[in-house]
Structures are given as structure tokens and as C-alpha cells.
Write a protein that binds this ligand. Structure first.
Ligand code: ATP
Ligand code: MG
Length: 872
């Protein structure tokens, strides 16, 4: 095995898999894209989930990456164990329905033993105890002796998150040698000791967990692998600890140089040195991906890391800002693999320095106060410690460290009491910030089973509270006024999906009542009840009664069934090219988008509506059956294009009229819909139309709404009987038209009178009758007056100005004979407009222009007259 640098190992892995036909992708950002279930990317496969589920087509069906990862849950182990960082890099090769075990296993072996030259007898594969296939590949194809292939149970070697794709895994362990072992003769992977270190994990997702204890084979099997780059480097470089790997060691050495503390001399100092090293790496990468320190979510993770690093710096005796210097080293060591680090160097330095400075102020202030409080030794009161923590932001563990140094103790019980009191208050005052309280990103429900949905058959179910999430964190309880997320083991609340909105209702616990305002679910099928504690308190583990708002759900059921009938009717009326392109089903209405290329005619809309209503009045039973997908297709069930379905599907059927695959909740008989009414039809995108419609009570609301309009119109028109309304409206429109005509004639007359008057003030210039006047009237009347002047006297030329709304409008006209004499209306109006700060033009016999300076009206007219004079 040859010593190889971390950067070279990364490159070797990626090019190895490139040669095996994989597309090399750059690391995805640490910020998950469109995935609320995760705060930060924590594995190579995390950013590729949608490739695995088929929601998004991958750029190639085999891909290799080196992914930046952050694992906040590992924070407390960082510096203490040899193999955990909050930041690390994960190498991976992925197959999306392409190659499987037969290739994945030999390639892993080839890379480790040939490319990296790890001695074969130091590697131990593990397989899932029932995975004979993988076992056979290791034994027969690779030739690993049976005694070195370990079969492990579900806990170690089977990957699944609730229902959905899952499968066995096969890991590769490296034997670090006897000195790390427990000495037992049968020591091997799976043993608790440190001798065998997992370096590579191959996950074979080949089954679908149906949720009822059964597994079916997936049609498209996937490979998802993960290998910690730092751990592999430990093996290749023969070091004990990931912080001693070349590039990381360079950062660690800088910490030692700055602090003047020697590494390896004192375990407590070493932990601080390693923690600083890790946190500097993590912070640098987080900032380069656009994360800024804040008090929530990702920003809070970053703040915490920077503050921890700064604090460990103090513990090492560093009394000046130092983190930005470390960032420089992190960037230098990693820019080969991550060029974005150099681009963001300035920003990274600034953000780190600012946060470090702010924190150091807190620390200094806190230290000052604390030294006063500890003058007399003894026990520090819980209230004082809490004040330090709460008002000055001084970390409790730091207080404790200092007390310990002085041989003092802390009244922690009182501190905790103050803390929970404060939390209560804070929660109450946070009431307004709903969205914040209901944040679930950063929360991993990975250890929670998918919620059992009881709501197809029940409106009310007994259940148990499995978790409570408050402001993005798990909490043991929630009390009155708090807005939290509740997770139950089973629930009748439908979680928003397939276009059907989530249920609302109440969850009653022995000690309190929770009002559910919305229900959603994670990709792993964990239902989240979003709401507020109405009274008392709800505690983890409580046995509760969960009851949906039945009235609302009935309305939702009606609209969902109506959407199915609507789809069937559309296909009958418009043709079978109609496919669902999206839908929204609420208690108030349904919105159905579908493929179709032109607007529906009135007749088509009426026909669709009539078909649906016929089906409602036919009193057809709506049945729901689960069956294998093949059987459903044979029945002709409508499935959504591009949607992935499991092996067993739910088929919702209204007689022979409508058969669809659907997970939603439905009316048990079409008659329950009452009536169906289309409210609007329009376009949403090229080739996609949208219909909005109502049923049941929604139709009544619609009728009431229309009635109100009729009543208001009747009142406005002063008719007693609505049936007179159309005639009355037509009559009014007719009258208005006539009045318009009258007004037109009158204004023409008025203009004629005005223009006649204008000739009274005309002057003769070079044989042309010139009119230059400011008049009152609109731009339109200017035009009419000009027409009349021209008609009346072909030897006339006029420039007229009208002032309105802070603006000035000019019109110039030149009679036929005057045009022949060389006058041009366009030039005349231009001269006027220029004088009033505007522009314009037109024909030789008529032109208009606008100006911005009305006060210049007279000067503009004079300028126009001058222009006339010049032209003659
Ligand atoms: P462990 O039990 O040691 O924490 P894991 O089971 O959490 O490991 P996986 O989720 O299988 O690890 O991740 C795949 C690989 O990523 C591991 O084999 C390991 O090499 C690496 N890895 C996991 N967590 C860390 C970490 N905190 N720091 C460095 N490398 C890690
Ligand atoms: Mg782990």
C-alpha cells in the first residue's frame, strides 16, 4: 500500500468510476435543494434522492461523486472519537436502475485492493444475514475465504426508512491490527472493539417495503454507496485518527502553532485542537455554500460551530481572534477539489471574523461578571448562572468549566428551573411566529416509523404521541399556546398529497387539547400534525384521541370524487388525450388541470357539467380496492403520467364511469356530491387548461353569491323583479349609447363655434390667415377644430395649444393652399413643442405634439408663428 494524499485519493476514486462508465458530478451544495426533510446534506445519496425515486431523471444512470457532508448529530463525538467530524467528504458510486451487486461488489474490491493496493487479507466484507446473493459474490467471484465474510443482522446491514425502497447492504471493514482489538479469538466486524473499522458501505436497494411486513422486489434496482474519504485516507496513510490525515493535519498544526500547544501531550488539549480543526473545516465549507450565522436552522448550526471553535481556542489559551487564519489553511488544503473556496475566500474570512469578534465580546463581558460573582467561592446560584446565560449569552458549559477551575459548584437545579420557565415564556411569545414554530427542517424523523393512516375508514382514532417538534427542535411536551408539530403512531388525519389538502381537527390528550390546523407528511411517510395547544399540556407518549373535522372532510371527499368524475367526463366530451396535469382539492372547491389544446366552448362546458351531474343523480356507489398494479391497469384505471406507483395500488371506482389510481379520500356514493357546478375554465400554460368547480354546499354558496349580485344589480337599477333586469340593463345601455352620440354632436358644434371665433383674432402673414391661440378643450377637440379651420379656409394655418393636467398639447393645421405656399404643420408644431420642452410631428396638413411646460404656452405659440413667418 502506497502513501497517497487525501486529494489524490479523491481523484483516484472518481476517475476509477469514470472509467467504469460513471458520470462524474461535482459535490452538491451543503444546502439541500427542494428537500425540507433535511437541514444539511449528510451523505452522498442525500442530494440524489429524487434520482432514486424516479421523480427526476438523472443525467446518466451511473454517477460518481465526492460529496461534502455535515453531520450535526456527530458534534459531541468530534475530537473525542478518531473517526467523526461534523464535516467530512463521502465518496460514492451510484446506479439508478443500471448495474447491481454483480458489478458493485467487484468494483469496490478492485478499487481497494488494486488501485489503492490495500492488502486483501486486511479487508473483511459483511453482508446481510439473508443476502446469499452478495455472500456468493464475495466467496465465489472475489474469492474471499468464508471465515472472513461476516453475516450481520438487520440493524447493521439492512437499510430502510419506513415504507418504500430499501435493501440489504454489504460493508467493507479494515482490520487495523491486534493492538486496537479486544483480544478475543473470535473478534471480527460487528464486535464492539476498535479493531475493525467500517470504510465502505454498499447499499443494494432492491425491495419495496409495503408497510405490512411484506417486501416485494423492485423493478429497477439501485446501488447507493458511501465511503468516508477521511477514513480511507487514515488506512492508506497509516494514521490512527482522521485529524492526522495529511491535509487535515496541516490545519491541526496551524492550531498548535497559533496556540503554542503541543499536539499529543495532553488528551484534553488534543480534543480542543481536533474540535477547532473540524469546526474550521465545517464553517469554511458552510460559508462558501452561502450559509451565514444566525439564530435558526443552518445559520444556527454555523454559529454554534464558530462559537465552539472560539471557545476551545480560549481553553487552549488563545486570546486573540484566530479563526480566519485557519480558514485560509482550510481553503489552501482543499481548493484543488473545491475551487469555490478560493472564490469565496474574502467572504469566508469576513463572516468568520465578525462572528468570532461578536462572540469574544460576549465572553469578555461574561468573564468579567463571573469573576465578580465568584469572588467569595462556594456555590454559584442558579439565578446568577441563568442571567449570565440568558442576558449575556454566556455558555453554561463555560461557566461550569470556570467554576470547576475555582473549585466551585453550580446550583444546577435552580438553573434548570429558570431555563424551563424562560422557555415557557419564550414559547408563549412566539405564538405569532407560526411558520417558525412549525419548522421541521433539521429534524430527522429517520427513527420514527411511517405513520399508519386510519382515515380511509375512521374519522376518529386512538393513538400515541411519538414526537413533538417545537421551533425546529424535538421537545418533551407542549403547553397551552404553543404552536408545534405532533407525530402520532397512527392517525385519521389525511396528510396533504395528491392535490388533496391536509385535514384539520382536534387531538385530545389526558392533560390537554391540541387543535390541528394542517397535516403534512415527510417523504418517509411520517405524518406531521401542525397546530396549537388549546388547553393544558401534551406530553410525549400520551395516549390521545385524534378526531378530524368531519364536516370539512366530507366536503373534501365530495370535491375529490367530483374531480374523478370531471376527468372521466372531460375524456368523453373532449377525447382521450385529456390527462390530469395537476389538481387541488379543498373543502371549498376543486381545481383540475388537464391537457387540452383549446378553450372549451360553452356547449362543451355544459355537456361536461351535465355528464357529471347525471352520474351524481345515478346514485353510483364509489368503491375502493387495493390490487396489484397489473390488475389495475387491466381494468383500465387512469394513472398519472410520470408518477411512480408501488406494486400494490389503490383503485377508486365510480361504476364504469370512472376508474382511477388514487390515495385520496372519497364520497361513498356519487349521490353524496349533491350537485356539481363549473365555476371557471381557462388556460394555465400552453396545452394545459384549468377548470374550477364546486359541489354540495359549494354549489349553495355559489347560488347565494349569484343571488347577491342579482339583488345588488336590481337595487341599482331600481327593479322589483329580477326578471326585468336584462331588459332594464339593455335599455340603460341603449340610452347611454344615444347620449354618447348627442354629446359628440354637441362637442362638434361647440368646436365649430370656437373655431369660427378663432378667425376673429387671426393675423395675415404673407397671404396666409394665421391663427395662434390657447384654447380650452381636450386633445380630441383640438383635432376637430383643426379639421374645421382647414375646411373653412384653405388659406389658413393654425397653431392651437390646450393645457390640462400639468401638460400642454399642441395641434397645428395648414389648409391646402397654404401647404402649396410652403407651410408644413409638422414643422410648426415642432417649433411650438420645442419651446415647451416636448416633441411631436405629423402630416404636412395636420400635426400634434406634447410639451411638459404649460407655463411656456404663449412663448410656444410665438415660436410657431415665427416658424410660419420664416417658411413664407
Ligand atoms: P459510524 O457508525 O461510524 O458513525 P455511519 O454508519 O454513521 O458510521 P454511514 O452513514 O454508513 O456511516 O456513512 C458512510 C460512510 O461515511 C462511513 O462508512 C464513514 O466512512 C463515513 N462517515 C460517516 N460519518 C462520518 C463522520 N462523522 N465523520 C467522518 N466520516 C464519516
Ligand atoms: Mg454515524
Amino acid at each position: 500500500m502506497q502513501w497517497t494524499g487525501l486529494n489524490e485519493i479523491r481523484e483516484k476514486f472518481l476517475s476509477f468510476f469514470e472509467e467504469k462508465g460513471h458520470l462524474r458530478l461535482g459535490s452538491f451544495s451543503l444546502i439541500p435543494n427542494n428537500d425540507n426533510s433535511l437541514l444539511l446534506i449528510n451523505s452522498g445519496m442525500a442530494p440524489m434522492k429524487k434520482y432514486f425515486t424516479g421523480e427526476i431523471t438523472p443525467p446518466r444512470n451511473r454517477v460518481t461523486t465526492c460529496q461534502k457532508c455535515i453531520r450535526t448529530p456527530d458534534i459531541d463525538r468530534v475530537g473525542i472519537t478518531a473517526r467523526h467530524g461534523t464535516f467530512f467528504e463521502m465518496l460514492g458510486n451510484f446506479s439508478f436502475g443500471d448495474y447491481f451487486k454483480e458489478e458493485a461488489i467487484p468494483w469496490a474490491w478492485e478499487f481497494l485492493t488494486e488501485t489503492m493496493e490495500i492488502p486483501k487479507d486486511l479487508l473483511w466484507p459483511s453482508v446481510y444475514e439473508e443476502d446469499d446473493e452478495a455472500y456468493a459474490i464475495w466467496r465465489d467471484k472475489i474469492g474471499v475465504p468464508e471465515e472472513r465474510i461476516v453475516r450481520l443482522g438487520k440493524e447493521d446491514n439492512f437499510w430502510e426508512h419506513g415504507t418504500g425502497p430499501c435493501g440489504p447492504s454489504s460493508e467493507i471493514y479494515f482490520d487495523r491490527g491486534e493492538k486496537y482489538g479486544c483480544g478475543k479469538p473470535d473478534c471480527k466486524p460487528g464486535c464492539d472493539c476498535d479493531r475493525h473499522m467500517e470504510i465502505w458501505n454498499n447499499v443494494f436497494s432492491q425491495f419495496n417495503n409495503m408497510g405490512d411486513g411484506t417486501y416485494t422486489e423492485l423493478e429497477h434496482k439501485n446501488i447507493d454507496t458511501g465511503m468516508g474519504l477521511e477514513r480511507l485516507a487514515c488506512v492508506i496513510q497509516g494514521v490512527d485518527n482522521m485529524f492526522e490525515v495529511d491535509t487535515i493535519r496541516n490545519i491541526l498544526d496551524t492550531v498548535c502553532a497559533i496556540s503554542g500547544v503541543k499536539y499529543g501531550a495532553n488528551e484534553k488539549n488534543d480534543i480542543s485542537i481536533r474540535a477547532i480543526t473540524d469546526h474550521a473545516r465545517a464553517s469554511t465549507f458552510m460559508i462558501s455554500d452561502g450559509i451565514i450565522p444566525s439564530n435558526e436552522g443552518r445559520g444556527y448550526v454555523l454559529r454554534r460551530l464558530i462559537r465552539r471553535a472560539a471557545r476551545h481556542g480560549r481553553l487552549l489559551g488563545i486570546n486573540r481572534p484566530f479563526l480566519s487564519e485557519l480558514c485560509d489553511v482550510v481553503i489552501r488544503e482543499n481548493k484543488a477539489g473545491y475551487p469555490e473556496l478560493s472564490e469565496k475566500q474574502e467572504l469566508i474570512r469576513k463572516v468568520i471574523s465578525f462572528e468570532e469578534a461578536a462572540f469574544s465580546k460576549t465572553i469578555d463581558q461574561g468573564l468579567g461578571i463571573l469573576s465578580e460573582l465568584t469572588k467569595n467561592g462556594g456555590v454559584l446560584s442558579g439565578e446568577d448562572a441563568f442571567k449570565l446565560y440568558d442576558t449575556y449569552g454566556f455558555p453554561l458549559d463555560l461557566t461550569k468549566d470556570i467554576l470547576a477551575e475555582k473549585g466551585m459548584t453550580l446550583d444546577e437545579e435552580t438553573f434548570n428551573a429558570c431555563m424551563s420557565e424562560q422557555k415557557k415564556k419564550a414559547r408563549a411569545s412566539r405564538k405569532a411566529a407560526d411558520a417558525e414554530s412549525w419548522r421541521s427542517d433539521g429534524i430527522s424523523f429517520e427513527n420514527i416509523e411511517a405513520t399508519k393512516f386510519t382515515g380511509y375508514g375512521e374519522n376518529e382514532s386512538k393513538a400515541k404521541i411519538l414526537s413533538i417538534v417545537s421551533a425546529g427542535e424535538f421537545a418533551p411536551a407542549a403547553s397551552v399556546g404553543e404552536k408545534v408539530i405532533l407525530v402520532l403512531d397512527q392517525t385519521p388525519f389525511y396528510a396533504e398529497s395528491g392535490g388533496q389538502v391536509g385535514d384539520t381537527g382536534e387531538i385530545t390528550a389526558p392533560g390537554g387539547v391540541f387543535k390541528v390546523l394542517d397535516t403534512t407528511k415527510t417523504t418517509g411517510g411520517v405524518f406531521m400534525h401542525l397546530g396549537e395547544v388549546l388547553s393544558g399540556e401534551l406530553v410525549l407518549g400520551d395516549e390521545v384521541t385524534a378526531k378530524i373535522d368531519v364536516h370539512r372532510r366530507e366536503a373534501i371527499r365530495r370535491n375529490h370524487t367530483a374531480a374523478h368524475l370531471l376527468q372521466a367526463a372531460l375524456r368523453r366530451v373532449l377525447g382521450t388525450h385529456v390527462e390530469q396535469a395537476g389538481q387541488l382539492v379543498t373543502a371549498e372547491h376543486l381545481r383540475f388541470d388537464f391537457t387540452h389544446f383549446s378553450a372549451l366552448s360553452k356547449e362543451e362546458i355544459a355537456e361536461v357539467e351535465a355528464l357529471v351531474n347525471e352520474e351524481i343523480m345515478r346514485f353510483t356507489e364509489v368503491t375502493v380496492n387495493e390490487m396489484p398494479i397489473a390488475q389495475a391497469r387491466a381494468l383500465g384505471a387512469m394513472a398519472l403520467f410520470g408518477e411512480k406507483y408501488g406494486e400494490v395500488v389503490r383503485v377508486v371506482r365510480a361504476g364504469d364511469f370512472s376508474i382511477e389510481l388514487c390515495g385520496g379520500t372519497h364520497a361513498s356514493n356519487t349521490a353524496k356530491l349533491g350537485l356539481f357546478k363549473i365555476v371557471s375554465e381557462g388556460s394555465v400554460a400552453a396545452g394545459v387548461r384549468r377548470i374550477e368547480a364546486v359541489t354540495g354546499e359549494g354549489v349553495l354558496t355559489l347560488i347565494a353569491e349569484k343571488q347577491r349580485l342579482i339583488d345588488e344589480a336590481s337595487a341599482a337599477f331600481k327593479v322589483n323583479n329580477a326578471s326585468e333586469l336584462p331588459a332594464k340593463a339593455q335599455q340603460a345601455a341603449q340610452e347611454l349609447k344615444e347620449k354618447d352620440k348627442q354629446i359628440e354632436t354637441l362637442s362638434d358644434k361647440l368646436a365649430a363655434m370656437q373655431s369660427a371665433n378663432l378667425f376673429g383674432s387671426a393675423q395675415e402673414i404673407g397671404g396666409v390667415t394665421v391663427i395662434a391661440e390657447k384654447i380650452s378643450g381636450s386633445a380630441d377637440s383640438l383635432r376637430t377644430m383643426c379639421d374645421q379651420i382647414r375646411e373653412k379656409n384653405p388659406k389658413a394655418a393654425a397653431i392651437l395649444a390646450a393645457v390640462a393636467g400639468g401638460k400642454i398639447t399642441f395641434a397645428a393645421t395648414v389648409g391646402k393652399e397654404a401647404v402649396a405656399l410652403g407651410l408644413n404643420a409638422g414643422k410648426i408644431v415642432k417649433a411650438a413643442a420645442q419651446a415647451a420642452g416636448g416633441a411631436g410631428g405629423g402630416r404636412p396638413d395636420f400635426a400634434m405634439a406634447g410639451g411638459k411646460a404649460p407655463e411656456m404656452a404663449q412663448a410656444a405659440l410665438d415660436a410657431a408663428v415665427a416658424a410660419i413667418r420664416e417658411s413664407l
